[in-house]
Write a protein that binds this ligand. Structure first.
Ligand code: ADP
Ligand code: 5GP
Length: 204
């Protein structure tokens, strides 16, 4: 059976990753979204086990020590990590998996998983990014300031990504991510050529 593909989506906080991914998920059937673990407090509306697994710092560190994360990183002052088993199980079962993780985490996944597809979501401008962070209404002013300060450092990683999508108009940005996913399914992966050639070697 053909394995699923791993799509890693990063970009500054407030750029619209979550909004784009939920649009994309509505349009695709064979894809799951990884649920990360975090030590940050739930925001209004966040559901444990749906949006994140909310853990204490001790629980998080224990799981990290047990090797239960594909990657983990400290982002904006809190720990975030991708549980390993769901990623392996999903990809092995032939479903695609989307990870919405920060640049540090994405670079760690890239070291382990070179067949991943790395997509960076850019805001139209820093001014719009601030408006979105403020408009979302979920973060205190000091948190917004910290996220704005981190944004340029994250954008500096753009050259390590396969694709950059500017989230100006939401419909177009979601469409572009869908197009990337579709195109990646046509990619001839390392080691696949021999299998394809041998399949065509017999007329049946
Ligand atoms: P992220 O997941 O990158 O932190 P969100 O998806 O939470 O960002 O989006 C941040 C805010 O910006 C939300 O209030 C969302 O509704 C809004 N938003 C996202 N994309 C767009 C867009 N293309 N145009 C206008 N507002 C947007
Ligand atoms: P938020 O607190 O706004 O939900 O997420 C803050 C940042 O943490 C975002 O940049 C998001 O991509 C990142 N993030 C979420 N989950 C993970 C994860 O499992 N690993 C890493 N490295 N970053 C994550």
């Amino acid at each position: 059976m053909k394995k699923g593909r791993l799509f890693v989506v990063s970009g500054p906080s407030g750029t619209g990753k979550c909004t784009i991914i939920s649009r994309v998920m509505e349009r695709l059937e064979n894809v799951s979204l990884s649920i990360s673990a975090t030590t940050r407090a739930p925001r209004a509306g966040d559901v444990d086990g749906v949006d994140y697994y909310f853990l204490t710092e001790e629980e998080f560190i224990n799981r990290a020590d047990e090797g239960r994360f594909l990657e983990h990183a400290c982002v904006h002052g809190y720990y975030y990590g991708t549980p390993l088993d769901p990623v392996t199980e999903t990809v092995e079962s032939g479903r695609d998996m989307i990870l919405e993780i920060d640049v540090q985490g994405a670079m760690k996944v890239k070291e382990k998983y070179n067949e991943g597809v790395y997509i960076f979501i850019l805001p139209p401008s820093m001014k719009v990014l601030r408006e979105r962070l403020t408009g979302r209404g979920t973060d205190a002013p000091d948190v917004i300031e910290r996220r704005m300060n981190n944004a340029l450092g994250e954008i500096a990683y753009i050259d390590r990504y396969d694709y950059g999508v500017v989230n100006d108009d939401l419909d177009s940005a979601a469409e572009q991510v869908l197009d990337i996913i579709k195109a990646e399914h046509c990619r001839v992966l390392d080691g696949e050529a021999d299998k394809i050639i041998s399949e065509y070697g017999e007329e049946n």
